[in-house]
Design a binder for this molecule. Structure first.
Ligand SMILES: *Cc1c(COP(=O)(O)O)cnc(C)c1O
Length: 535
């Protein structure tokens, strides 16, 4: 950089830092949504075509701060944004993400004698297993992804090839990745089915993308337990697995830990896993956010058997509160990943080869079983979709180190308590109806468990000014709540009825400060009264 450019960068950096710092210190007071004028101004300020002569760094930075950013969500990572499951950004993660950008390293090939980045990536994956008390040796196939959707893509792709490699209808070690869609006399059609209860929508996308198909003929709904709509009816499940085994069809079972509308877990993951093993089905556990609920000790029975999965999806950018985008993927069948992504050695481009010549010995001290040493880390491009790849591990590592297990346990526990306090209010209010009361087995196993975890699902009641007999009531009420700009909720549809959802997943949400604000808005809008909105 020339000295003049260096000054320009420095002064813009100061501007950015003071903007971030001001925002961070008032994030609990910022109206969550921009005004409609700000959105319009932001869009109309955009150049209609690329300027021939650039504006330079400081003019561009000022333009972003003054004209563009006011038109986007002002506090999606604030304490009262409860739409989707968005998490937030812990302070250490936010700073580390800025640093990751400033180094801009491409974490693609293991060049451990030149850079520690792939070792850092790998250790971060191990620390997340530590957080969940899953032995590192359980899941030796691991990678950091762009999110749970990408992790689900990897899970279904690994399952697909693993199942076909064992199909008696096909040549041994058949691989869809290598050989394309299978066809053989006697091969059932479809060759693989996906059995699940309420899979996240991303499972359908993943199934489409990896070529399995996503129609109801392929993604089939299992029967639910009579006392828990999210739990499998185990005897029907076993019969189903038996029937599929008889015709030697491949079966992927997708089990959700933390259903996205209700926060529910189902039950008997251990038994589901045993049956999958017995009948040769692949168990994919999608625990994007709910996998972390077990950090609250009372909920650990619902997550502790995730280590029995063949593949496991987790999200970093939801409950771990690291910035977008960050997901995690784990599998016990390490070669299922490399079989898909590693080219036959003869055809690997030479410039991508790592130079793993010497292995450092003894310097890592006493490492838990299943730790992968720096030299042995597979190059990320051979276990993941991407070739070039952002250094996503850095903000996750920073967040894990800054908080420790105890810090994360506190976030999870306080988020769940907060959601439960809202649920208690909803349940008592005559203007609302709670739709996701805990199943009886959860209620009886722990106190205060009105709902399973961090999500409140409800709708306006018959007595309210927005009765459910009018199909648009929940959507109208969602808009009125969000127009208050004091909190943000999302509209959804659960088992055919429209509903409203509050998902609590941000480290900043504070019962003392935020609960009363939320309950005041809900109380007023529930009665059809005006709320003061902030601007
Ligand atoms: C959010 C979510 C996904 C999709 O995750 P992204 O990170 O948005 O790709 C998948 N499964 C479950 C259970 C989820 O909650």
């Amino acid at each position: 950089m020339s000295p003049a450019n260096q000054d320009d960068f420095q002064s813009s950096l100061d501007t950015v830092i003071s903007h971030i710092s001001k925002r961070q210190s008032s994030i609990d007071k910022i109206p969550i949504l921009p005004t409609s004028d700000s959105i319009a101004n932001s869009i109309s300020s955009l150049p209609s075509s690329l300027p021939e002569i650039g504006l330079g760094v400081s003019a561009t930075t000022n333009y972003l701060i003054e004209n563009v950013l006011p038109g986007i969500l002002q506090a999606q990572n604030g304490p009262r944004y409860y739409g989707f499951v968005v998490g937030g950004v812990t302070p250490a993660a936010q700073l580390a993400d800025i640093l990751a950008t400033s180094y801009d390293e491409n974490v693609q090939v293991n060049l451990h004698q030149q850079t520690a980045s792939t070792a850092i990536d790998q250790r971060t994956l191990e620390l997340v297993l530590d957080l969940l008390d899953i032995p590192r040796s359980t899941f030796m196939g691991r990678t950091i992804t762009t999110g749970a959707t990408a992790s689900n893509v990897l899970g279904l792709a690994c399952a697909r090839d693993h199942l076909l490699s064992q199909s008696p209808h096909l040549p041994s070690n058949y691989s869809w990745a290598r050989d394309g869609p299978p066809s053989a006399p006697g091969l059932p059609s479809p060759p693989i089915v996906i059995l699940s209860l309420y899979p996240h929508f991303s499972i359908s996308k993943a199934a489409s993308l990896v070529g399995l198909g996503s129609s109801p003929k392929i993604i089939q709904q299992l029967s639910a337990h009579s006392e828990d709509e999210l739990a499998f009816d185990l005897s029907k499940f076993e019969n189903r697995l038996k029937a599929e085994q008889e015709i030697r069809r491949g079966v992927i079972v997708v089990y959700g830990v933390g259903e996205v509308n209700t926060g529910g877990f189902g039950r008997d993951l251990d038994k589901v896993a045993d049956l999958c093993r017995q009948y040769g089905a692949w168990l994919h556990v999608d625990a994007a956010f709910g996998g972390f609920a077990g950090l609250m000790p009372e909920l650990s029975p619902y997550t502790k058997d995730m280590d029995k999965a063949d593949s496991l999806t987790l999200d970093g950018h939801k409950w771990l509160n690291v910035p977008y985008d960050c997901g995690l993927f784990y599998t016990r069948h390490t070669s299922s990943l490399t079989n898909i992504f590693q080219p036959p050695s003869a055809s690997a481009p030479a410039y991508l080869a790592s130079n793993a010549t010497t292995v450092e010995q003894g310097i890592e001290g006493d490492l838990p079983e299943g730790t992968i040493l720096a030299a042995d880390v597979p190059s990320p491009l051979f276990v993941n979709i991407e070739n070039s790849r952002r250094f996503r591990a850095l903000p996750l590592l920073a967040s894990l180190l800054s908080l420790g297990k105890e810090g994360y346990r506190e976030i999870i526990t306080k988020n769940i308590h907060f959601a439960r306090s809202i649920a208690i209010y909803i349940d008592k209010s005559e203007n609302y109806e709670l739709l996701n009361s805990s199943p009886s087995h959860l209620k009886s196993s722990q106190k205060d468990s009105i709902i399973s975890s961090n999500i409140v699902l409800f709708r306006p009641s018959k007595n309210s000014p927005y009765p459910p007999s009018i199909p648009t009531s929940s959507i109208r009420l969602t808009k009125i709540i969000n127009d208050s700009k004091q909190l943000y909720v999302s509209a959804t549809s659960w088992r055919g009825q429209s509903a409203i959802r509050i998902a609590v997943s941000n480290y900043l949400t504070d019962e003392k400060r935020d609960l009363q604000i939320v309950l005041n808005v809900l109380e007023k809008v529930g009665k059809g009264e005006e709320v003061d909105f902030i601007n």
